[in-house]
Design a protein around this ligand. Structure first.
Ligand SMILES: [Zn+2]
Length: 130
């Protein structure tokens, strides 16, 4: 049997998700800092002004593979934090079974149990998740 994450686990995992979120945002900012393309600068300023990461989707069309990966991971981290706030964190979004806490510690943003994750990966264009 797999136990749902304990409150102490949740605190640790929530801290790690928040830390990862900050790290990813810093990484994305650093990426932009290397460019002096006015269009990118404008986008970056908008991101900093609005703090609206939906705007970041607009950048998916740009050929910046790393930023695109970071943005995808930020979306996963934000979804995990939202599930935490909703009290749904630690349960598979597909089958609603508890996700083993070892998996959560290995990958705090995990949305699915390993079985459903593997099924999802077999099905289609790989969702980026270990
Ligand atoms: Zn599942």
């Amino acid at each position: 049997m797999t136990a749902a994450p304990s409150p102490a686990d949740l605190r640790t995992l929530s801290e790690r998700l928040r830390a990862r979120h900050r790290e990813l945002r810093a990484e994305i900012r650093a990426q932009f800092a290397d460019h002096d393309d006015p269009e990118l600068m404008a986008l970056r300023n908008r991101l900093e002004d609005t703090d609206d990461w939906a705007v970041a989707d607009a950048m998916a069309g740009l050929d910046i593979a790393m930023v695109a990966r970071d943005i995808a991971e930020i979306a996963e981290v934000e979804a995990a934090l939202k599930r935490m706030a909703d009290g749904r964190y630690g349960r598979c979004v597909t089958c609603d079974e508890p996700i083993p806490s070892a998996r959560l510690h290995a990958y705090p943003a995990a949305a699915r149990c390993i079985r459903c994750q593997e099924a999802a990966e077999r099905k289609g264009p790989a969702v980026a998740a270990p």
